[in-house]
Design a protein around this ligand. Structure first.
Ligand code: ADP
Ligand code: ZN
Length: 434
């Protein structure tokens, strides 16, 4: 195991972890109360003071923070340290609206990089590895986070950033990269390009990939594992809580362990705000208990998932979150039916299509239209029009079974859907533009 394997924390008993979280929470609430007037006001409005928070059992008493609060308080309203102690800002990708910024002290950066180092260690990374980071660098947290983690583990780090795919592949081959970090949609694109350049999966030295920053399905995982000849692991995080590394997958590949020494996770009912028992599906809420500059308490992520404390075969006792099933605001309501893009991705890959698709929703004469363009591969493309129509009908029927409504499916020519080098854009909902 690499030097960032932290058995003491990662395999800590539940009681000890709770004790650690209790202590850190009490301290953090005091820090926020003293230094963040915006949140203090929220606490006062709810009639809560730091004296009411004696342990994690009292967490439910604290008010939630939402993305709207972050936008409201932009840019400095939630800062809990003087700017002179802050050394970095990062920003969200702006997937669902105006970007928000997060601040870091040097200690915050260290803890964040430690989380990423744990993730790399969990996939077998050591100082003998060559780690190619092709998440975007800059304001986006993906590149800087994994870059820092890779340094800490002692891997030879290739700070490639995203894009320039042929150069990525050349470096991967020339330098013998063994670990690759990027979004899953970009990993699929790299796999496709490798194939087109005439490489077989066994021609590269890659053993593991750490993929996150966007939702991806189990079917997509198998696709990527096959095309790159690797094991593909999930990693989760958001800028508001530091970035990637809040949770990471172990060799079991059955969900991500949350770094509970830094983050307390809760699952709530997104409509009522009520805390749900373990094993329930709901919105994930995080409290950062070690962050200094931007310590969000009870931050609503809008990501829908399930937490489980079932024993993991890797020996870690850290609570596990399942793959987020998409954000609550990714969910489309089409003709009254809830539809997640991930359901569509599962059907497509199961039916032998590539994960290159685009969903378009509009409203014509008060009725929702629902179109899915799906790329054919070269073999499928050579079919006759009649064959293609038959395949479209088969896909519509498979979709109907899973979604409960009929989309219009359009099989389109190979390469006609734009590839993603970062977070893929899978949905165009024109109803929202009206
Ligand atoms: P933005 O919210 O603008 O996309 P971020 O770049 O901070 O900003 O992205 C964080 C979000 O990305 C998370 O809230 C979540 O919705 C998504 N995300 C991150 N990692 C994963 C993952 N492994 N699986 C699914 N979604 C993820
Ligand atoms: Zn595990």
């Amino acid at each position: 195991m690499g030097k960032y394997w932290n058995e003491q924390i990662e395999c800590m008993s539940r009681e000890d972890m709770k004790k650690l979280q209790d202590e850190r929470l009490v301290k953090q609430v005091k820090h926020v109360w003293d230094n963040v007037p915006y949140y203090r006001k929220k606490m006062e409005e709810k009639g809560v003071t730091p004296d009411d928070i004696k342990s994690t059992d009292d967490l439910y008493k604290l008010p939630f923070l939402t993305k709207a609060d972050l936008r409201d308080a932009y840019p400095y309203g939630l800062l809990a340290k003087p700017l002179s102690e802050c050394v970095r800002i990062q920003s969200t990708s702006g997937t669902t609206g105006k970007r928000v910024v997060a601040f870091y002290t040097q200690n915050d950066i260290d803890l964040w990089e430690d989380c990423c180092a744990r993730a790399i260690t969990a996939v077998g990374g050591t100082e003998d590895d060559v780690c190619q980071v092709c998440y975007g660098y800059g304001l986006f947290t993906g590149g800087p986070g994994l870059n820092g983690g890779s340094h800490k583990v002692g891997c030879l780090t290739l700070p490639m950033s995203s894009g320039n795919t042929e150069r990525q592949i050349q470096f991967m081959m020339d330098l013998g990269s063994t670990i690759i970090c990027c979004t899953p949609s970009y990993a699929a694109y790299i796999g496709e390009t490798l194939h087109e350049m005439g490489y077989k999966p066994e021609d590269n030295k890659l053993k593991a990939g750490i993929f996150g920053a966007e939702p991806w399905t189990e079917e997509m995982r198998r696709e990527i594992e096959k095309s790159l000849g690797i094991k593909a692991y999930d990693i989760y995080g958001l800028t508001e809580t530091s970035g990637p590394g809040v949770a990471f997958e172990c060799e079991a590949q059955t969900g991500m362990h949350i770094n509970e020494d830094n983050f307390i996770a809760e699952i709530i009912d997104p409509d009522t705000g009520e805390v749900l028992p373990e094993g329930s599906k709901g919105e994930l809420v995080f409290t950062s208990i070690t962050k200094e500059a931007f310590p969000l308490l009870r931050y609503r992520t809008r990501d829908i998932c399930v937490l489980t404390r079932e024993k993991c075969s890797c020996g870690r006792t850290l609570v596990k979150m399942c793959k987020p099933m998409g954000r609550s605001d990714d969910m489309m309501i089409i003709r009254g039916v809830n539809v997640f893009p991930s359901q569509i991705e599962s059907v497509l890959i199961e039916q032998g299509y590539s994960p290159n698709y685009l969903i378009e929703v509009d409203r014509v004469n008060n009725t929702d239209t629902f179109d899915i363009s799906v790329e054919m591969n070269a073999d499928q493309f050579s079919d006759t029009v009649k064959d293609i129509q038959k395949k479209e009908a088969e896909l519509v029927s498979a979709m109907k079974t899973v979604l409960g409504i009929n989309p219009k499916v359009h099989l389109v020519s190979p390469k006609s859907i734009a590839r993603s080098e970062g977070k893929a854009v899978r949905v165009i909902d024109k109803r929202k533009l009206i």
